[in-house]
Design a protein around this ligand. Structure first.
Ligand SMILES: C[S@@+](CC[C@H](N)C(=O)[O-])C[C@H]1O[C@@H](n2cnc3c(N)ncnc32)[C@H](O)[C@@H]1O
Length: 317
């Protein structure tokens, strides 16, 4: 493993800071905060707890799909490739690929830098022969990730249906940018499917309240990092399914008229005012393959579970 985590060369203009994004997003109507800010170390740990919830079928279904089709996936990827994982999180699912395929190098990319630093140590110990290149960065920015010397082929891995966090036009643009990073390879991507709204609703409104904590971590993070004074008990987690838009929409709703202070700026909330914090779009297998094709991929294999809850796609670049 590289002794220091590589940082990405980003081709886009410098990114807005968390503070700038908060001030801009909370000063307008309607209010919003980009969902990528969920993920500091605490947010990443809360997401791992969500993955283990009984209501959250996504993680166990996708993991089973990977395990059931690992041999086929390994053949499609070919020998001696580099895997570049977008939004790598806890680095758990990739282990199935590392065990099944002949992977020469693995480059996990994530915005949650401290968490990535932590989990990569365990992976490095478990796979001592693997060339590891952890990358801290934002995949929504223009990225330049050079191929590793001696590794001319690269496969992308984008599990967890993170693609669903983007509106379809932004998702297509992101897929297009990812494709440019995967010459002569492909992208293995997990996509959550449209289904009974009650099942979807339960997955984002768990009985233990972990998704609510994850949602509120945006404000908790602002309190920790920026010395803000958001009163977490003054906000409710609200995550309805928008059946027309095929997406879960997540909000923090102010339970009363209140204000908070953020680096000397006052942020006012009316009673019932919402902050939009995340969308999670759901696709049919066909609608996703169509979008991937419009982004320039050649959709090849697709796997789904018997209940058609989740899908895993191999897209050739
Ligand atoms: C829904 S979680 C999925 C985690 C893991 N891949 C899985 O399947 O369980 C999204 C992951 O993407 C990361 N992430 C979110 N937005 C990102 C961005 N703009 N750039 C890089 N990583 C991002 C988060 O830190 C988190 O680890």
């Amino acid at each position: 493993m590289d002794s220091s985590l590589a940082r990405l060369h980003q081709t886009a203009p410098p990114e807005e800071s968390f503070l700038d994004c908060l001030v801009r997003g909370l000063s307008k109507t309607p209010k919003d905060i980009p969902c990528k800010y969920f993920y500091d170390s605490q947010g990443s740990q809360l997401f791992e707890q969500i993955c283990a919830l009984p209501e959250y079928y996504q993680t166990r279904t996708e993991t089973a799909l990977l395990a059931d089709h690992a041999g086929e996936i390994a053949q499609l990827m070919g020998d001696g490739i580099e895997i570049l994982e977008f939004g790598a999180g806890a680095l758990k699912k990739v282990r199935i690929l590392l065990d099944a395929a002949r992977v020469a190098a693995y480059s996990p990319l994530d915005i949650s830098g401290d968490y990535l630093r932590e989990v990569v140590v365990t992976l490095a110990a478990d796979y001592p022969a693997l060339i590891l290149r952890p990358l801290i960065g934002d995949f929504t920015q223009g990225l330049e990730i050079p191929l590793l010397p001696g590794n001319p082929r690269r496969a992308g891995f984008f599990p967890g249906s993170t693609i669903g966090n983007f509106r379809p036009d932004a998702a297509m643009a992101l897929l297009r940018r990812m494709r440019a990073l995967l010459p002569g390879g492909g992208l293995l991507i997990g996509v959550d499917l449209v289904k009974d709204p009650a099942r979807l609703h339960a997955a984002y409104n768990d009985a233990a309240g972990i998704t609510a904590l994850f949602n509120k971590n945006l404000l908790a993070r602002a309190n920790r990092e920026l010395g803000a004074d958001f009163d977490l008990s003054g906000f409710a987690h609200y995550a309805p399914y928008n059946a027309l838009g095929h997406r879960i929409e997540m909000y923090l709703v102010s339970l009363r008229r209140q204000s908070a202070s953020l680096m000397g700026q006052r942020i006012d909330f009316a009673a019932g005012e919402a902050i939009h914090t995340e969308d999670s779009h759901k696709y049919t297998i066909e609608s996703f393959r169509e979008m991937a094709a419009r982004a320039g991929f050649r959709p090849r294999a697709v796997w789904t579970d018997p209940e058609r809850l989740f899908s895993l796609h191999w897209l050739e670049s």
